[in-house]
Structure formats: C-alpha cells, structure tokens
Design a protein around this ligand. Structure first.
Ligand code: URA
Length: 221
C-alpha cells in the first residue's frame, strides 16, 4: 500500500481529526483497522505516512515526526518515551543527552547503535517535555506495533515507565517491572530505567547494567 492510499484509508476512518473523537473511539478504530491496512505496509511507507500526521494534539507543537531509526533487521529494539527538543529538531530518536548515554549503553553491550533499532511510544515531542497522555500514546500505538512487527527483533528493551507500561499493558511502577522478562507480540521484552532518569540518578546505573546483561545473555542464546 502506498503512503497516499494509507493516508486516504485513515482519513476515511476519521483519523485526520482525532481530537474530535473521544479517546476510546480512536483506540477502537485503531484496533479494528489494524489488520486490513497494515499487513502490506513496510517501514518506509509507514514513516512516510506519518510525516504530516495530525492524529493527536502533539502534532500542533512538533517540528518533526521522529519515526525511529536503525537496522531493519536489528536484534535489539529500544523503545523510549517520546522525542525531546533535540530529537524534534533533527527528526532522530535519542540524540540529546539521554541519547548519548544510550549510545554508551549500546557500546557497553558490545554493539553499535546502527545495529539496533530505536523508537518511541509517541513520535512527536510533548510540549515542554511533559509526559505523554494516554490518548496520545493510543494514537501512535498501531504505528509502533507495525514497526515491531516489521523489525521482529530478538529482544525489546523498554526504556522507562511509559514504554514499560505501554508494552506490558500494566500501570505498575518501573521498579516492579524492570529486570524481569515478559513478552510483547511474542518478542522477549525487558524493561529498564530510562537514560534520562539515569542522568539524574547515576546510582541506578548498576541496575541498568544488570538488566542489559540479561539482554546480552538472551541475545547469545
Ligand atoms: N527520550 C526519549 O524517550 N526518546 C527520545 O527519543 C529522546 C529522549
């Protein structure tokens, strides 16, 4: 399916103005349209279809949609919360201070950033870096799901509470979720602290390193 066809399909479903829809209807719409429209959509088409996305209020303040980047056949997929100022400016995920720390974490795992895939639960910057809201996460959810289906990583690492809650389908605190394996769409999923949190709380770096060692062991299986 071409980007234009996809946009038309979504427009027909009322996705152009989701703020006019109650959040529940957006979520129901995303669940019901997912199969027919997304089965034939590849990463490039998906990214293209989001370029002018206005499916939630985050589109009003963003400069750039930060779709995600990395190797299409990555074995590790990192999923963070949402773009910050630097990401919004450049259109690339995790390129600010938290991103530099993520880069170091990736290197410590014996990998290069380009061997991984990096995405976020919301693809547009929340104003003032506020937390993303439930309906904003829901508006992006089919797109993240399709990214995961296309990359089919061996492991997903959820960075921080928003990614962990979104992917585990719980609202448990990160302390209760991190360091334990679960699955998302059949892919082993491990949650750990967000690099931005680590910049504020460096003492927890050792917990993240313990989590990343679990990921490395899983990749070596
Ligand atoms: N924090 C995130 O969660 N994602 C980014 O892309 C950058 C910072």
């Amino acid at each position: 399916m071409r980007p234009k066809e996809l946009s038309r399909y979504l427009a027909d479903l009322g996705w152009r103005d989701p703020l006019a829809l109650p959040a529940e209807r957006s979520i129901a719409a995303s669940a019901s349209v997912k199969k027919p429209i997304f089965e034939s959509v590849d990463l490039e088409t998906l990214a293209e279809s989001l370029r002018d996305c206005a499916r939630c209020r985050l589109s009003e303040g963003r400069k750039t949609v930060v779709f995600g980047e990395g190797a299409p056949d990555a074995r590790v997929m990192f999923i963070g919360e949402g773009p910050g100022a630097e990401e919004d400016r450049t259109g690339r995920p995790f390129v600010g201070q938290a991103g530099h720390l993520l880069d170091r974490m990736v290197v410590a795992m014996g990998l290069k950033r380009v061997q991984t895939y990096i995405a976020n639960v919301v693809k547009c910057r929340p104003p003032g870096n506020r937390d993303p809201k439930d309906d904003e996460i829901a508006a992006c959810s089919v797109f993240l799901d399709r990214q995961i289906e296309l990359i089919r990583p061996a492991v997903i690492v959820a960075l921080g509470r928003f990614a962990a809650n979104r992917l585990t389908g719980t609202d448990k605190p990160l302390g209760a979720l991190r360091g334990r394996w679960s699955h998302y769409k059949g892919v082993p999923l491990l949650a750990t602290y967000h690099p931005a949190y680590l910049l504020r709380t460096p003492a927890d770096k050792r917990k993240v390193w313990a989590d990343l060692k679990l990921v490395m062991a899983k990749l070596a299986e």
